[in-house]
Design a protein around this ligand. Structure first.
Ligand SMILES: [Zn+2]
Length: 405
């Protein structure tokens, strides 16, 4: 879900939630510049000295009904330290991915201490739409957005023009620059979260590290993935379980999938990386043109000539491992900036030296088009000329062609 704020036309507002029934495909959210032009992926401006100051609210639920289970006793400073460690470790999971500029060495924001604030409303203190330019994690939150099954959600504010700012963010250097991110974890009285150390004895609790790592993926600019194993899959692991392997010094990004790693590399590519520089690009086209989704009126210059919203997955041909998945969507070029929904897909930052098999599938089954923003963020109704994105096309079957000899 993404919408412009009525009172603030310089920034866009994005909400991404993680749901549970207890139980792209990497993808990222894009911003259409206010001045027009092609959609730009949302990301932090790593060239400023402290791009991502972080804080969390230590306001926790009462001792009688703890929502966050820790090994340390509730209400003690040791409990705050244990929770804070889980937050820091969740950031480090993303910073541990090789082949990105997003790591503790080149990203000073992650070396700065995690600040503490005591205000329980630090994520909502501005009329439920916290636009203070501070990046905050808040527990024990109530919000209309906590519909049944929602455990946590993240809101980000993104500039749609250079110079835009919110609160203390400072002026943006580019359209698509993330200016503010806040994560809210629910307090329904029924859901509990546990730090990694406490999870083993709390099988009814949700793993705080898995949830936070997912939400912090949204901070980085990632949207949901349709790869079931991915950290950015829109559904949390069941209570009592965590995703992947716990981070270690040798494998700090252990909880992530290759799809997550590929996604963060695409957003923050290391120019010195010589390994993850492969790309596969193409289009998903229907055998029968009548299978194409229709554009909602008015289309204003765009057209649908390919399959939009198909999941395209690259497998390592030797191991069968999923390396990355993306959604087919559209293409755009500067001379004709309206997105053309031609079924283009673009798998970037693949490790070279491997052979890949591709498959495409409709978004049916566990994860549905409504769980993803693609391709809706490729158009902005605040920009002239505008376009209107078609609904994801789920009405197709995939035929497997015999392998070439
Ligand atoms: Zn999410």
């Amino acid at each position: 879900m993404k919408r412009a704020i009525a009172c603030l036309t310089i920034a866009l507002f994005s909400v991404a939630m993680i749901f549970t029934p207890a139980v792209q495909a990497y993808s990222f959210v894009s911003t259409v510049p206010q001045s027009g032009g092609c959609p730009q992926p949302n990301s932090w401006n790593l060239s400023v000295s402290s791009p991502l100051d972080r804080q969390w609210s230590t306001s926790l639920p009462s001792l009688i009904s703890p929502v966050i289970l820790t090994v340390a006793a509730a209400g003690t400073s040791a409990q705050l330290d244990e929770i804070e460690q889980a937050i820091s470790d969740s950031f480090s999971v993303w910073a541990g991915v090789t082949g990105t500029t997003f790591n503790a060495i080149t990203f000073p924001g992650l070396e700065a201490p995690l600040a503490r604030v005591t205000n329980a409303n630090s994520c909502t203190n501005d009329a439920e739409s916290n636009v203070d330019g501070l990046n905050t994690i808040c527990f024990n939150q109530s919000s209309d957005a906590f519909t049944p099954g929602v455990l946590a959600f993240t809101r980000t504010f993104t500039a749609n023009a250079p110079g835009a700012s919110v609160g203390t963010s400072g002026p943006a250097a580019f359209a698509g620059q993330i200016l503010d991110a806040d994560t809210l974890l629910c307090n329904t009285g029924e859901v509990t979260f546990a730090t990694p150390a406490a999870l083993a004895t709390s099988p009814g609790a949700y793993d705080l590290e898995s949830l936070l790592t997912h939400e912090l993926g949204h901070w980085m600019g990632l949207d949901h993935s349709a790869v079931i194993r991915a950290m950015m899959f829109p559904f949390a692991p069941p209570a009592g379980q965590f995703l992947g392997s716990r981070p270690t010094a040798q494998t700090p990004d252990g909880p992530l999938s290759d799809d997550d790693r590929t996604g963060i590399r695409v957003l923050y590519p290391d120019p010195n990386d010589t390994l993850n520089i492969g790309a596969i690009r193409g289009q998903i086209l229907p055998a029968n043109p009548f299978a194409l989704a229709a554009l909602p009126a008015p289309s204003m210059g765009s057209s649908v000539t390919g399959m939009v919203g198909a999941q395209v997955v690259a497998l390592d041909a030797d191991t069968g491992a999923i390396i990355a998945g993306v959604f087919s969507s559209g293409s755009c070029n500067a001379s004709s900036p309206l997105t053309q929904f031609d079924g283009s897909y673009d798998l970037e930052r693949l490790p070279v030296g491997h052979n890949y098999n591709l498959y495409a599938e409709p978004l049916v089954g566990i994860a549905l088009p409504a769980d993803f923003v693609v391709p809706g963020d490729l158009c902005s109704q605040d920009v002239t000329p505008s376009c209107t994105a078609p609904a994801a096309n789920t009405n197709f079957n995939v035929r497997t062609l015999p392998a070439a000899p």
